[in-house]
Design a protein around this ligand. Structure first.
Ligand code: KIV
Length: 294
């Protein structure tokens, strides 16, 4: 883990991230989607927390990230905000909430800051997204870019697959990253690109780059909370390393609870409230005299 965690509870700032990059200190980023997970990543000393639009499939049960709405992500982001003190909080702008115009992008970004307390927002794509990133940054909201595999437009990228695997396609990823950097993004996510391509692009980057499936040479790494903890057993892409097997452990815990209820081993005396014997006696007395009246 990086040495950044702010023991005094100070927020991780843009300056801090730039300093970490300059010092070669890896930046640790993870997603979170609710209050308990926010408290866990806070306690773990994470530097940057992303309320990713991956919430769509990870916690809301959609098939992909396309349907998730601004209001849904705002509710999750506000819950995460209430559980965080020091990490930087980044809200993901969902598909359809920033592409139409600079005005739309600024209005959505402002909602993430004003209604959910986000410190920054993230958007996907290089080309026109760079213009939107510039507009948002100029309107006072720090922006993180995202190139390579961009799930919101996965269909036009040919599906959920690594990007930049030919020289032309790698050049396209580089161009997108440079456009976002020139537009004033404070950081960029590189997702699912070959390590050698990342190495080459890194030579041109002057802002912190956070990788996911982009090899070891980025300034930091990001993983989805549920992936790294093994909360979704069915999902294990190549770039995920599991640091726990919580799905298994949670099924075990809930099954044991069910078994104990069914065999009347739960609740035990230690889980039950007591009453003084004389109060029970008085109650019994009351019930007897009431019964006489009935
Ligand atoms: O939505 C998300 O979780 C992301 C990360 C994979 C960077 O964009």
């Amino acid at each position: 883990m990086s040495s950044t965690p702010q023991p005094d509870g100070r927020r991780v700032t843009l300056t801090k991230l730039a300093e970490m990059r300059a010092l070669g200190e890896p930046i640790v980023m993870v997603t979170a989607y609710d209050h308990p997970s926010a408290k866990i990543v806070e306690a773990a000393g994470i530097d940057v927390v992303l309320v990713g639009d991956s919430a769509a499939n990870v916690v809301l049960g959609y098939a992909d990230t396309v349907p998730v709405t601004v209001d849904e992500l705002l509710m999750l982001s506000a819950a995460v905000r209430r559980g965080l003190r020091s990490p930087m909080l980044v809200g993901d702008l969902p598909f359809g909430s920033y592409e139409a115009s600079d005005a739309q992008a600024i209005a959505t970004a402002h909602r993430f800051v004003k209604e959910a307390g986000c410190d920054a927002v993230k958007l996907e794509g290089g080309g026109t997204s760079a213009a939107r990133a510039r507009a948002i940054a100029r309107a006072g909201v720090p922006v993180m870019g995202h190139v390579g595999l961009t799930p919101q437009t996965a269909t036009s990228l040919g599906g959920y697959r690594a990007q930049g695997r030919t020289a032309e396609k790698a050049r396209h990823v580089l161009d997108g990253a440079l456009a976002l950097q020139a537009a004033g993004c404070f950081s960029i996510v590189f997702e699912a690109i070959p390590s050698e391509v990342t190495d080459l692009i890194m030579e041109h980057m002057e802002i912190p780059v956070i990788g996911i499936g982009a090899g070891p040479s980025t300034d930091g790494q990001v993983l989805v909370f549920h992936d790294l903890l093994g909360l979704n057993e069915a999902f294990k892409p190549k770039f995920v390393k599991r640091y726990a097997e919580l799905h298994r452990e949670m099924v075990r815990g809930v099954s044991e609870y069910a078994a104990e209820v069914r065999t009347r081993r739960f609740p035990g005396p230690e889980h039950s409230y007591g009453i003084a014997p004389e109060e029970i006696e008085r109650l019994q007395g009351m019930l007897i005299s009431d019964a006489v009246r009935w």
